[in-house]
Design a protein around this ligand. Structure first.
Ligand SMILES: O=C(O)[C@H](O)COP(=O)(O)O
Length: 326
């Protein structure tokens, strides 16, 4: 499959101001978890202005609060999951919950190396195992050495039983929020069918429209437009407010849920998005600053600063990692 991105996108730094969100920002706690996701769990009383922000680089004993000054800048990393067992077999997968292949595991680890010096405070994945494996494997490579922990809010008991009782341990953790809204588009009656055989049966043009058009859904499945309705809404309601608070976010999701989010971030038209292709396991970096998203391409690795423009904040973060870990 082609590497990321259509000709319209290469070399351009697309940006836009998101429309005024009707949703208020919600505060985070010292675990940096949006209160929204765990309000029953910790019974927090903080407000956004009081929220302590922990320096991710300081050891627990040196941890300090930087509460007063919020950053107006945050990193956003998008990763499509690594190769799955059905990608390998060339089957339409959609919402079928298929794990990674060995190659997919390697891709996720490689993606982790590429983002290993970019700060991550909060992780969002879909509810599907291939995205969750990708996020977890990628984070094994991160130089902050924090532990990603999936938040379970499916029941009060699940919340209570997964409570962490050490503040110090929480500080060394990164919350992971799994959301079905970030799942792959539901591929309807194509799920489980071979892509090549389907093209032979229904015609290349028809199958291309099902796979890449914005408006046309596959039989009994979701069009990209329908997928965008839930994925972009989730992004606006739950992820963008975190970025606005200065929290750095990693999203591990899927070809089409991420295409719909990139369409939103880069303000692509429904025509332009048809030529947007995402490779498995390839991280994409955006900077959210002054209410705008700026595409920064795909980080190649911790030592290749010239490949994409580090912002001052990212450069400082990387320098601190060097000082702390070397
Ligand atoms: O669901 C699938 O089959 C793939 O993850 C994405 O498929 P596509 O490239 O056909 O959209």
């Amino acid at each position: 499959m082609a590497t990321v991105v259509s000709h319209q996108l290469i070399g351009s730094i697309a940006s836009h101001s998101p429309s005024n969100s009707k949703h208020s920002l919600f505060p985070t706690d010292s675990f940096n978890v949006p209160i929204k996701f765990r309000q029953n769990r910790f019974k927090l009383e903080a407000t956004a202005s009081q929220t302590p922000v922990l320096d991710p680089l300081l050891s627990p004993s040196k941890t300090t609060t930087l509460s007063k000054k919020k950053s107006n800048e945050a990193s956003l990393i998008l990763i499509r999951h690594g190769e799955s067992l059905w990608n390998e077999k060339n089957l339409f997968t959609g919402c079928v919950d298929v794990p990674l292949t060995e190659k997919g595991v390697a891709e996720a680890i490689q993606a982790g190396k590429r983002i290993s010096t970019i700060p991550v405070d909060l992780i969002f994945t879909s509810s599907l195992i291939r995205a969750q494996m990708t996020a977890m494997l990628a984070m094994t490579q991160h130089r902050c050495k924090k532990v990603p922990i999936i938040l379970h809010d499916e029941s009060e008991k699940a919340q209570t039983w997964s409570h962490v009782f050490s503040e110090e341990t929480r500080k060394q953790s990164i919350p992971v929020v799994a959301a079905w809204q970030l799942n792959e588009r539901m591929y309807g009656e194509l799920q489980g069918l071979n892509k090549e055989e389907t093209a032979e049966r229904y015609g290349t043009q028809q199958v291309h429209e099902w796979r890449r058009s914005y408006h046309i859904p596959p039989p009994k499945g979701e069009s990209l437009e329908m997928c965008a309705e839930r994925a972009v809404a989730y992004f606006e309601d739950n992820i963008q407010p975190e970025l606005a608070l200065g929290n750095n976010v990693l999203i591990a999701a899927h070809g089409n849920s991420l295409r719909s989010i990139i369409m939103y971030l880069d303000k692509l038209t429904s025509q332009e998005v048809t030529s947007l292709e995402l490779s498995t396991g390839l991280p994409l970096l955006y900077i959210f600053k002054d209410r705008k998203f700026m595409r920064r391409g795909s980080p190649v690795g911790p030592t290749e600063a010239g490949v994409y423009a580090y912002t001052k904040r990212l450069a400082q973060y990387r320098q601190k990692l060097d000082e702390t870990l070397n």
